[in-house]
Structures are given as C-alpha cells and as structure tokens.
Write a protein that binds this ligand. Sequence first.
Ligand code: S3P
Length: 171
Amino acid sequence: MRLEKHLCLLGFMGSGKSTLGKMLAQRLGVSWVDTDQLVEAKQGESISDIVRLQGWDAFRAMEREVVLEIESHVPMVISCGGGFPLDQQNWQWITKHCTSIFLKVDQEVLLDRLAVNASNRPLIQEKNYFELTQFINEQLPKRALVYSKADLTIVANGAPERTLECIMQLI
Ligand code: S3P
C-alpha cells in the first residue's frame, strides 16, 4: 500500500500508540517515529528530566519543533505523545500532513496498563492507584474531545495484533 500522507496515531497515554505504531510501520514497510523519542534524542535527555528541569511549556515547544523537521520525509507512521494533539498548532500540523487515527481505549483498560507502566511519564509517575484513577477519569473525557476529531477512530482495548488488523481494514 502506498501512503499519501503520514499516518499518525493519537490517544491517551497507554493506548498503544508506540506498540501499534511500530507494528503498523513494519506491516506497511515504512519508517516509524515516536514524538517522545524524537524529543529525547534531540535533547539527549529523558522526558522526565526535560519536564523536571525545564518544565512543561519547554517540553511542549520541543514537541512542536521536532515534527517540523520530519514533515517532508516520505510518508511514515508517527506515534504522537498523548498531549501532542491538544496544542492548536500541532493539531493544524496533523490535519495538514497526516491521516490521523485515534486509538480509543476504555478508562478501566488504561488504568490497568498505566498502573504498571508509569515510568518516564511525568504526569502520572508520582501518583498512587487512587490518584491515577482520578486523573484518568478527569482527563480522558476532556482529551477525547480532541482525539475524536481524528480522521479515523479505532477501538483499541484488545490485543495489538487485533487492533492492527482493524487499522489495516480502514486505511
Ligand atoms: C504525555 C504523554 C506522554 C509524553 C509526556 C506527556 C501527555 O507520551 O509525551 O509524558 O500529556 O499525555 P505517551 O502518550 O506516549 O505516554
């Protein structure tokens, strides 16, 4: 299959953007990048350290910057950090350069995944189980309003192999 534009995966932390991004790129025979990894590589620091030492505004500016450097690359799969599409400028970038796919995952599933995988995620790494539950319950509905504007929405509660097949049928 020949891609016309980048395919970008959007969704909450823990929705499987990186895992599925890699699988999808391999299946399509194109490159894969992850905005978090691009920022880390460019800064030579982890997301946690960037946020701790320079703050969220600086991190968000770095997210905006790294995608500008890849926009003219031949179409590939991009896994976007969970907060990336919330920025108006980033959303415009997505609509111009990408076909966007929202990986929609239920709160309970996100909680199960994030409870055991919060490291290098500064928004949640200090939270206990109760605080994490509250955070997801509060943030997911707000963020989903933006994610749902994506070109395609895929329910991604199950195994990544199954979600990948759903994506392949829709693109
Ligand atoms: C964030 C999600 C993270 C990372 C940063 C902020 C967010 O990426 O960009 O910690 O605001 O949701 P993942 O969604 O890949 O965990």
